[in-house]
Design a protein around this ligand. Structure first.
Ligand SMILES: [Zn+2]
Length: 162
């Protein structure tokens, strides 16, 4: 995937927003095999982040906006996409502008997501601790399919016609 493809994949951003996107610093060395979706925070606009997933061969991406910085790091919070519960990276409330007319009218969809938008690596890190009760590979496979479904659902909400 190229940087141009990443920008073109964004469905809920203006031309300016797409142009201003800063790709992840490790973009050229990304481990695509182990990414259920590509998520990262914009290093120049820290309140912005991006979520890109593949629908078949086609990348579809959205811009998300962090509502208010990471929520309390004292309290265990659950990411609504990967269901990881952690305080380490924090969980933030992100909102995404709806596509089309809904978005122009200020309509957004919000959800709690790992603050670093790194669900794919977060679920892989947590697997070893689960291995005492189940085969780690099947635990991971379940987490991956759950994550993929919920990311797809979130994007579908953003793109849903009114
Ligand atoms: Zn997550």
């Amino acid at each position: 995937m190229t940087g141009i493809e990443v920008r073109h994949s964004i469905v809920n951003g203006s031309a300016t927003e797409r142009l201003n996107m800063v790709l992840p610093s490790n973009f050229v060395e990304l481990d695509w095999e182990n990414l259920d979706y590509l998520g990262w925070r914009d290093s120049h606009s820290p309140h912005l982040g991006y979520i890109i997933r593949w629908q078949g061969e086609t990348p579809v991406g959205i811009i998300v906006r962090e509502a208010d910085g990471p929520l309390s790091r004292q309290r265990m919070m659950m990411c609504q996409l990967c269901r990881a519960t952690h305080t380490e990276h924090g969980v933030s409330l992100f909102s995404a502008k709806r596509t089309g007319e809904a978005g122009l009218n200020g309509n957004t969809v919000g959800t709690y997501i790992c603050a670093n938008l790194g669900c794919s690596s977060n679920i892989r890190v947590e697997v070893p601790s689960a291995s005492y009760y189940a085969d780690p590979q099947s635990v991971l496979a379940q987490k991956v399919s759950g994550l993929e479904q919920r990311v797809a659902g979130f994007l579908a909400d953003v793109m849903r016609a009114q």
